[in-house]
Design a protein around this ligand. Structure first.
Ligand code: HEC
Ligand code: HEC
Length: 575
């Protein structure tokens, strides 16, 4: 809806839009299985769901206070993840699926293993009793047809990319989809709670799944209750006008005076819109459409469906097929050896490396906690040479916050990253590491970076999450940080060895524990309120040339010895 108001900013049309916006409320819900509150459904609900969704389904369970997005308020009948058209209720299967799989990127868990299939079906029937619309359903909800699927191709992705700009997705989702659009920090959902646009480059966090079909359904059906508009509303209810026509109408309406011909032209547009509104109302009320109306509607929807497939293909192109594997086992971060100077931040040499992926989770152990993380992960690459090591860290953050006062607390909030190492590398895989939350008895060595001083990294020593101090003597660490299109890039370079006993000392071939903390200022992150990782490891990939002269002579010695021994053995046997 937002965009339509922008294209057609005059009052007459705004009224029309407001009027259309209430259609889903007027709508007679359609019939499915009449919800029946079985004892079993109630029991399952009260045991597994009520502490989040509330005993009466209002989304106000005891755990709800700290959660964002909030647990669904079932009394309103607004469901985000549906196979049904805009304004419709979900099918039983939709509810069963979401309860089974959960909603990635939110606190809604999947119940596939914790509840039996029968328990899940019973709880579906039970949550339907919270909203009268389900009881009043007379016919099944209109399903979104997947019949005209447009297969993924470069061409379709290009068309989708054009639509992405044309339809104003950028305003919320940003230039290349990282959720950093200009409207991103201002969005609230139907219940008045802050909502962040999805980061389209991290499709593993999509609430309703990342298959092209899933994404397509979100466009046609919309995510009810969220500020994300259904595409239908933007096109057929582009109110029977083509984009060109609606632009033209705005232009005419903005004139101080219209000529007779212009009056007539604008009148025609209003007639077209009236017709579209009638059709929309008829559909909403379940009134049968005339043949002519049906045709107008079908044609309009065909265009909507086609565009949505192209858009879905474009969105699909923005993210990897699945979430990258975390940096353990075969994916452990390996710093690559170079003989020359280490590459600068923008050097193309970095493109030759694969990043290692470090998932981050909300810090919920120590107060104040963060229950609603907005930073998903940090990706890292590294090179080293005989004297220095360089790292390139990248992480997505929808907002660039360098120093902002928090209205509630007066705290100064800003984006930041900290990279944590032990001061002393544990000798062997079972040797104790410092406590992962910034150490304890065993201290940690940290590089602290803040968005307000992007070209500076401060060395800290910490013996606990609330017990960190900047080192009195700072080593010579070079750093360069920047923010573009919803992503930070930080380049850091340090000598492998320093004179300071409080610093980590590096040498090739040794596995070094590494961990991260990140703060999104716009999300209220400060001090312990942040996202964290536990310990991972990285290694300066052993230098082939320097190792060669250690191993081969050793192997040669061993085999000479072996041969000698063998000759003695053979000689003894022969004699
Ligand atoms: C830890 C809290 C928590 C628990 C426990 C929980 N939910 Fe949820 N649930 C949520 C949150 C949060 C959302 C909303 C996520 C969003 O809007 O992105 C949600 C959303 C839903 C939705 C809405 C899906 C949609 O399409 O909008 C359904 C249905 C649902 N939950 C059912 C259940 C059922 C049934 C149970 C118990 C078996 C349950 N939930 C347990 C937190 C929880
Ligand atoms: C007014 C802001 C706004 C606009 C405009 C907008 N979106 Fe969204 N979008 C959101 C928000 C907010 C969410 C998160 C919804 C939620 O989970 O509650 C979202 C979620 C999504 C998702 C993830 C769905 C899922 O399953 O979690 C996709 C994909 C998406 N948007 C694509 C688009 C595309 C493509 C366009 C343009 C046609 C668009 N959006 C326009 C705000 C917007």
């Amino acid at each position: 809806m937002i965009r339509i108001q922008q294209i057609l900013p005059n009052t007459k049309i705004t009224h029309l839009i407001l009027f259309l916006a209430i259609i889903p409320v007027l709508q007679f819900a359609d019939a499915q299985n009449v919800p029946q509150a079985s004892e079993e459904g109630k029991r399952v609900y009260e045991k597994s769901c009520a502490h989040c969704h509330g005993t009466e389904g209002r989304g106000d369970g005891s755990a709800a206070e700290n959660l964002l997005p909030k647990p669904r308020d079932f009394t309103r009948g607004l469901y985000k993840i549906r196979s049904t058209e805009a304004g419709e209720l979900p099918t039983d299967q939709d509810l069963l699926d979401i309860i089974t799989k959960g909603m990635p990127g939110s606190s809604m868990p999947g119940w596939e293993t914790a509840l039996s299939a029968n328990e899940r079906r019973e709880v579906v029937a039970y949550i339907k009793t919270f909203h009268d619309g389900f009881k009043e359903q007379e016919s099944p909800p209109r399903q979104i047809s997947l019949a005209g699927k447009i297969a993924y191709s470069e061409e379709s992705v290009e068309i989708g990319k054009g639509l992405y700009t044309e339809l104003g997705c950028i305003e919320c989702h940003g230039n290349i989809g990282r959720g950093d659009g200009t409207s991103a920090p201002t969005l609230t959902d139907e219940w008045g709670f802050q909502t962040w646009p999805a980061n389209l480059a991290q499709s593993w966090n999509f609430r309703g799944g990342s298959d092209t079909e899933d994404i397509f359904k979100r466009f046609i059906g919309g995510l009810a209750g969220s500020p994300m508009p259904a595409f239908e509303g933007d096109s057929f209810l582009n109110f029977g006008l083509t984009s060109a026509e609606s632009k033209r109408l705005t232009e005419l309406e903005n004139r101080d005076e219209m000529t007779a011909a212009e009056e007539e032209e604008s009148g025609q547009y209003y007639e077209k819109m009236d017709a579209a509104v009638n059709i929309a109302l008829n559909i909403a009320e379940g009134t049968e459409l005339s043949a002519e109306e049906q045709q107008t509607y079908t044609e309009a929807m065909k265009v909507v469906y086609e565009k949505s497939w192209h858009l879905a293909n474009y969105v699909k192109s923005l993210a990897p097929e699945k979430r990258p594997e975390p940096a353990i086992g075969n994916n452990v971060l390996r710093s690559q050896y170079v003989t020359d100077a280490l590459p600068a931040k923008t050097d193309a040499a970095w493109d030759t490396l694969e990043s290692s992926h470090f998932p981050l989770v909300a810090q919920v152990i120590i107060e104040p906690r963060q229950f609603n993380p907005t930073i998903d992960s940090v990706n890292v690459k590294s090179f080293y040479n005989d004297t220095e090591v360089a790292f390139l860290f990248t992480w997505d953050d929808r907002t660039h916050t360098t120093a902002e006062e928090d209205e509630e607390t007066g705290n100064i909030l800003e984006d930041a990253l900290a990279i944590q190492f032990p001061v002393k590398i544990p000798q062997g895989p079972t040797a104790p590491k410092p406590y992962f939350l910034w150490g304890g008895r065993l201290p940690v060595y940290l590089w602290q970076w803040k968005a307000s001083a992007p070209d500076q990294v401060t060395e800290l020593t910490a013996k606990g999450i609330n017990n960190a101090e900047a080192q009195a003597v700072q080593s010579d660490i070079q750093a360069e940080g920047s923010y573009t299109n919803g992503q930070y890039t930080l380049w850091v370079k340090r000598a492998l060895k320093t004179d300071d006993k409080k610093d980590l000392q590096l040498e090739p071939g040794v596995f070094v524990p590494i961990a991260f903390s990140a703060w999104d200022g716009a999300n209220g992150d400060i001090n312990t309120k942040r996202v964290i990782s536990s310990w991972y490891a990285f290694v300066l990939e052993p230098v082939p040339s320097s190792k060669r002269f250690i191993y081969p002579p050793l192997v040669a010695l061993l085999s000479v010895g072996l041969l000698l021994g063998l000759r003695g053995f053979v000689q003894r046997r022969n004699s």
